[in-house]
Design a binder for this molecule. Structure first.
Ligand code: CA
Length: 225
């Protein structure tokens, strides 16, 4: 396995590389955002560890550019931040990192995150827990969603929402019911949460998002052809 580490603190970069090499992984270190991006594009690694604050190009900008290009769009990215700041953005739709770590973090924590990500992105195995509707494939066991074989990165909540809609195709589901099933509580006041998540989910799913239909004044359903 090949890992690119983009980190401008040389000592930390070398420490990370050393620990990953102990796991038997190949590592390549880049010390700024620009050379990090070039290295990733040239090497197409299995995983990227990306510092947020970097000279030349920030980690956020590097990650966005990776997500925009087809050959790097699904490479798992773990973002490393100095503080808890911007985490929502980092793992959100706009930037699209798979996970993040706040400095200082232990080697053990990093390895756990890497292994969890690699489990999620390992080559797909069909199980009875796989739901297919057209181009949309939802693998419940591995928490993986693909549209036309391209992985769609969803938050846990978005995943659960989609899985519940897809498990009951063609059936209208009220906002209250979705709130209960996905978030585990029901309150009339909070049904806007459902709408917000549906909007993000549709946007992330692209073409397949059109299958999620609004039932006016009631809720949603997943319409299948
Ligand atoms: Ca830095």
């Amino acid at each position: 396995m090949k890992v690119v580490i983009v980190e401008d603190e040389k000592d930390l970069a070398e420490l990370l590389a050393f620990n990953l090499q102990k796991e038997g992984w190949q590592t390549i270190v880049a010390l700024d955002g620009r050379s990090g991006l070039d290295t990733i594009l040239a090497e197409l690694p299995d995983l990227v560890i990306l510092d947020l604050m970097l000279p030349e190009l920030t980690g956020i900008e590097v990650c966005k550019q990776l997500r925009r290009q087809e050959k790097t769009a699904t490479i798992p990215v773990i973002m490393v931040t100095a503080k808890g700041e911007e985490i929502d953005r980092v793992v959100g739709f706009e930037v699209g990192a798979d996970d993040y770590l706040v400095k200082p973090f232990s080697t053990r924590e990093l390895l756990l995150r890497i292994k969890a990500i690699l489990r999620r992105t390992a080559s797909p195995v069909e199980t009875e827990k796989t739901i297919r509707h057209g181009a949309l494939v939802i693998d419940e066991e591995r928490h993986l969603v693909t549209v036309h074989d391209a992985e769609v990165t969803l938050t846990l909540t978005e995943f659960k929402l989609l899985a519940i809609l897809a498990m009951r195709p063609g059936r209208m589901q009220s906002r209250e019911r979705l709130l209960q099933d996905v978030w585990g509580y029901s309150s009339d006041a909070d049904t806007r949460t459902v709408d917000t998540h549906i909007t993000r989910l549709r946007s992330k799913l692209g073409e397949a998002g059109e299958m999620i239909r609004t039932v006016r004044g009631y809720g949603y359903k997943l319409e299948i052809a």
